[in-house]
Design a protein around this ligand. Structure first.
Ligand SMILES: Nc1nc(=O)c2c([nH]1)NC[C@@H]1CN(c3ccc(C(=O)N[C@@H](CCC(=O)O)C(=O)O)cc3)C=[N+]21
Length: 286
């Protein structure tokens, strides 16, 4: 038996179409087009590709592309001043500071200057705190994209055993919060977990966001489980995730591919967050 493949590309396209409709509705109701300010510091080629893709899809959804680029040797104060300028600009609905930033800069201090209502990445302490308290705010894009994929795949979360591998601020921790909010029983494991495979085998839903290529093999998966691979690694023969997809597909009930799984959802949810932020800022939130 081989697992059902969850098509992130198709689900992401649907989410982007819904966002584009929402933008048109906002305009028809007398609102203004949401504006997304992607901030890229330096010229890391991988980051440039990601940011270009975000900007392209932002424009395709009918939003304003308010991209800003700073040189790699910019000082902390100048970078902070740019964030402050975007924070004060009413045309800017959302600010995305592309990570990682050059090593000489303090990324946390920069993120802290993004107002919670413009934090479309859901990364600031204010939004992380709201999420931990079970109150609505802007949610981190990758974990909320995973939730949409689980819902689209018809996975039931109520009372389910969910295991998250990885505890990052960007993915692991907020992922656990979102699963908990849907009444799953959540276990978080990481590089120092004793017998990782044994813990993973408990999972009805296994989300792998460890950043280690091929970490999860077939021995770590319960037959019929849903496996979500958040990892993305560029190898000699293409992109790979944290899951040994070929082996795990023989055991799992459903699985996300890399590429074409979680990655496209991250960008789709960024656009959804930007629309939501614009609506709240224009007094049309719900
Ligand atoms: N402030 C911030 N927010 C982020 O959300 C953020 C970030 N910084 N820095 C880098 C990571 C990485 N990330 C991805 C987004 C889309 C794909 C994606 O679309 N992947 C495609 C493949 C794209 C390709 O071919 O390279 C796929 O998996 O099918 C991957 C990775 C967002 N990140």
């Amino acid at each position: 038996m081989t697992a059902q493949v969850i098509d992130g590309t198709a689900v992401a396209r649907q989410v982007r179409e819904d966002v584009a409709k929402g933008v048109q509705e906002l305009l028809a109701a007398g609102g203004t087009a949401p504006g997304l300010a992607t901030v890229l510091i330096g010229d890391d080629p991988a980051s440039e590709v990601y940011v270009r893709n975000k900007r392209k899809l932002c424009v395709a959804a009918g939003m304003q592309d308010l991209h800003r680029h700073l040189p790699g040797d910019v000082g902390q104060e100048e970078a902070a001043a740019l964030i402050d300028e975007l924070a004060a600009d009413p045309a800017v609905s959302g600010i995305l500071l592309q990570l990682p930033v050059p090593k000489h800069l303090d990324s946390e201090a920069l993120l802290a200057r993004i107002p919670a209502e413009k934090d479309v990445d859901g990364l600031t302490a204010a939004n992380a705190g709201l999420l931990a308290q079970g109150r609505p705010g802007l949610r981190p894009c990758t974990p909320s994209g995973v939730m949409v994929l689980l819902d689209e795949a018809g996975v039931s979360l109520q009372g389910a055993e969910a295991v998250v591998v990885g505890r990052s601020v960007l993915v692991g921790k907020p992922m656990a919060q979102l699963l908990l909010e849907r009444n799953a029983t959540v276990t978080i494991c990481h590089s120092r977990t004793r017998d990782l495979a044994e813990v993973c085998r408990r999972a009805d839903v296994l989300v792998v966001a460890a950043g280690i290529p091929g970490l999860v093999g077939a021995d770590a998966v319960k037959p019929g489980a849903t496996v979500i691979d958040v990892g993305i690694h560029r190898g000699e023969n293409g992109l790979h995730g944290d899951v040994d997809t070929a082996a795990v597909a023989e055991v799992a009930g459903s699985i996300t591919p890399v590429p074409g799984g979680v990655g496209p959802m991250t960008i789709a949810m960024l656009l959804a967050n930007t629309l939501e932020a614009a609506k709240v800022q224009q007094g049309r939130g719900d």
